[in-house]
Design a protein around this ligand. Structure first.
Ligand SMILES: Cc1ncc(COP(=O)(O)O)c(C=O)c1O
Length: 346
């Protein structure tokens, strides 16, 4: 039996259509901007997000890094959430490579940062303070239950930024999930922000790559930063070919991952010892707490591992399950069944 890998949607494998597109891709040197497949993908992304331009990057981490480096000068300050991916999981690149100072504000469980906290964190012009330059949001929010941000919230943050001569970048690694969950388009969700990055290699199932979208001048400058970081990839149209399929086809299928997540959360929420706030499950990410007198994390992970079910503990007794294109409805039923029988015998 194959492993039911609920660790992340980054484990998704390219689809048959992607493999075909890869083998037929027309290629060129993308550092010279001569790879027709990359050029097509960048145009497609810009159109989807209704921005002037887009640039292809090897990863979501590099897309966020290039965004921050392009928005900020050394010594500038970026306001971001204390649970954000850029703050927690991107190896501190914005400070080590960009000399950018981070101001971390509390993320609420829905992925937002309080508007008042943002206003209060913006620095006065004073020789003691780093200039506040950029606000980063994350949509959907990975650590905050995969919650999507509402358009009105994002727009309110943009208003604060504009009133203070600041810019807004959205880490939209899973923005297509947010679009499905909120019934909006990705363009509407990011209409007023300056830049947005999104990943092809998560719920959209491409093997690698992210795009950063913004105005022409910004993307032109981002190209220099991508090159400086070693992200100019020559005949990377083989990746872009899969990326085009990801946007055209896989973005339509994300709804299935959300339905599977809801079914899985609903199924295991009934088990004594598992605590899930099921109302928070709006996309493909589930968090649950373990609270059982006879079961600890090691035992749970080990027992499920033996049943070919994998997932992560992201904090003490706090676990994450992520649905994606490699997980079927049958897999969900199997996982619920295995959880059920394990806890009922514990
Ligand atoms: C919200 C978010 N942003 C950015 C990234 C980084 O993407 P990558 O793994 O492609 O560097 C991730 C990866 O999981 C993520 O969850």
């Amino acid at each position: 039996m194959h492993t039911i890998d609920l660790r992340s949607d980054t484990v998704t494998l390219p689809t048959k259509e992607m493999r075909e597109a890869i083998s037929n891709a027309e290629l060129g040197d993308d550092v010279f901007q001569e790879d027709p497949t990359i050029n097509n993908l960048e145009k497609l992304a810009a159109k989807k997000f209704n921005k002037e331009a887009a640039i292809f990057l090897p990863s979501g981490t590099m897309a966020n890094l290039v965004a921050v480096l392009t928005h900020c000068n050394r010594g500038d300050e970026v306001i971001l959430g204390d649970q954000s991916h850029t703050f927690l999981y991107e190896a501190g690149g914005i400070s080590s490579f960009g000399g950018v100072h981070s101001r971390q504000l509390k993320n609420h469980n829905d992925g937002t940062i309080s508007l008042n906290d943002i206003k209060n964190a913006i620095r006065k012009k004073d020789v003691h303070f780093p200039p506040s330059r950029l606000i980063c949001l994350e949509n959907t929010h990975n650590r905050c239950f995969g919650m999507p941000l509402e358009i009105n919230y994002t727009n309110a943050v943009v208003d604060i930024a504009k009133n203070n001569n600041m810019s807004v970048h959205v880490d939209g690694a899973r923005i297509f999930n947010a679009a499905v969950a909120t019934g909006s388009t990705v363009a509407d969700l990011t209409k007023n922000v300056d830049t947005v990055s999104f990943c092809l290699s998560k719920g959209l199932s491409a093997p690698s790559g992210s795009l950063l979208c913004g105005d022409k001048n910004f993307i032109h400058r981002a190209r220099f930063n991508r090159k400086a970081l070693g992200g100019g990839m020559r005949q990377a149209g083989i990746l872009a070919a899969a990326g085009i399929v990801a946007i055209d086809i896989m973005s339509e299928k994300i709804i299935e991952d959300h339905l599977n997540a809801k079914a899985l959360a609903g199924g295991i929420a009934k088990i004594d010892g598992i605590i899930i706030e099921t109302e928070k499950i709006n996309t493909n990410i589930i968090y649950f707490k373990l609270d059982h007198p006879k079961v600890n994390s090691e035992l749970l992970l080990e027992t499920m591992g033996k049943k070919n079910i994998r997932f992560f503990e992201l904090g003490p007794n706090w676990f994450r399950l992520v649905t994606h294109s490699g997980i079927s409805k049958e897999n969900i039923d199997y996982v619920i069944g295995e959880f059920d029988s394990f806890f009922s015998q514990a």
